[in-house]
Design a protein around this ligand. Structure first.
Ligand code: NCD
Ligand code: ZN
Length: 402
């Protein structure tokens, strides 16, 4: 099948169309006959994003979200691959439990999903999971949602993950220190000591404080094999904006100064990866009093517009740097592939509307959950089109098949 994408913009080259043949990019131009053609309305094409931090909630928490609806929402947001965090039931801490989850990915997922294996059994932080058994099926381990505070257990886990050639993604948070900034950076500091000692490949999830980034900067300079991610919300929102539990997540929104440090970390390349920490919860849970509501907000559909509006439109971050932080950088770190818009590559293409601003609404959310602080905000840079291979996974109403 031959598909033409016309009336589009490239971020970094001239031209306004792409020919796709049997799911592969065949030409930057048009010739001959086409089976289908889409008018992309002048939008800017980029490779689909790889989100290395997502909570899909299934199996076990279907009342919050399902794999089917979460991945439809991801495709709408321009995310074509995502890593699923292991806080589901059963926790994927051994191959059998993992298969309960991956069977559902195969059945329901609209985009490519990579599972995280749990680092400890049941994510309880008491004993290590079947790291070796899992390693036949995955290379990334995490106890996200929880921090492994037992440092000798963590160190043993580092050696075992290193031995299987894996990577650990850490939710660094010292128990007992509640939501404080120190809870994060003290855990980062302790874990970095072990990372240097063991030589494990290590990735810090959702860092949010200036001190954390200073520690990462120093560790990288010292040669530690460490990376970190920042989230769209810690880049664009601060704690003075909190209105209700749809603004509650872990780590929490920080001071404006920490937001500036988070932006600096990304623009200076201390943080090389942007990931959403997409964390759906039910309307009932989020309607509770702020203190009683669970942590976590949606991220898939607003990742591009939130960052585009706050950082790219203002010239603080280039679109190609943003794209790199959600494609090449996470793919390289987590050992996956990602789409490249080049001749001969499989099509994995999204298209951002970087001209029109519009308000994000609860009604448009494709997932089951609606816990987003971005609802009601006017933003630019929404994804309007997602295509993988020959499949159109998402098409906004302004994109016409012609
Ligand atoms: C996550 C969730 O809901 O699973 N919530 C969140 O606020 N990020 C767990 C976590 O990482 O804390
Ligand atoms: Zn976390």
């Amino acid at each position: 099948m031959r598909i033409a994408l016309v009336n589009l913009k490239f971020p970094d080259r001239d031209g306004d169309c792409i020919t796709i043949e049997d799911g592969f990019i065949a030409a930057f131009g048009l010739s001959g006959r086409y089976d289908r053609a889409f008018d992309l309305n002048g939008h800017t094409v980029l490779p689909g994003a790889v989100d290395v931090h997502a909570h899909l909630r299934e199996p076990g928490y279907e009342y919050k979200e399902t794999i089917l609806r979460a991945t439809e929402s991801a495709a709408k947001g321009g995310i074509t691959r995502a890593f699923a965090m292991p806080n589901v039931i059963p926790v994927p801490d051994c191959p059998e439990n993992l298969f309960a989850e991956t069977r559902l990915f195969e059945r329901d997922a609209k985009i490519k999903i990579y599972p995280f294996g749990a680092l400890t059994k049941g994510e309880k932080g008491e004993s290590l999971s079947d790291i070796e058994g899992l390693s036949a099926y995955l290379k990334a381990y995490s106890d996200d949602g929880f921090c492994v505070n037992d440092l000798s257990l963590l160190e043993e886990g580092m050696y075992r993950v290193k031995a299987v050639g894996g990577i650990i993604a850490s939710h660094a948070e010292r128990r007992g220190a509640a939501d404080s900034e120190a809870a994060e950076y003290e855990a980062v500091e302790e874990e970095l000591e072990l990372v240097k000692r063991t030589g494990v490949r290590y990735h810090f999830c959702h860092l949010s404080t200036k001190r954390s980034f200073d520690l990462i900067r120093r560790a990288v300079a010292e040669g530690a094999d460490v990376t970190c991610e920042v989230t769209p919300h810690h880049l664009t929102l601060d704690k003075s904006m909190i209105k209700n539990a749809d603004w509650k997540m872990n780590p929490p929104l920080r001071s404006a100064e920490d937001v500036r440090a988070t932006v600096d970390a990304l623009t200076e390349g201390v943080a090389t990866i942007v990931a959403t920490d997409h964390a759906p919860h039910s309307a009932e849970e989020k309607a509770r009093a702020y203190e009683k509501a669970p942590n976590g907000i949606l991220g898939f559909e607003t990742m591009f517009p939130a960052i585009y509006t706050a950082l790219v439109a203002s010239g603080r971050l280039s679109l190609s740097r943003l794209s790199e932080a959600v494609t090449a950088a996470p793919a390289k770190r987590f050992g996956t592939d990602h789409g490249r818009i080049a001749i001969g590559e499989r099509a994995e293409i999204i298209a951002l509307d970087t001209t029109d601003a519009r308000r994000y609404t609860a009604e448009e959310i494709l997932g089951k959950a609606v816990n987003s602080p971005y609802i009601g905000m006017e933003m630019t840079g929404f994804n309007a089109f997602t295509m993988v291979g020959e499949k159109v996974l998402y098409k906004a109403s302004d994109i016409k098949e012609v």
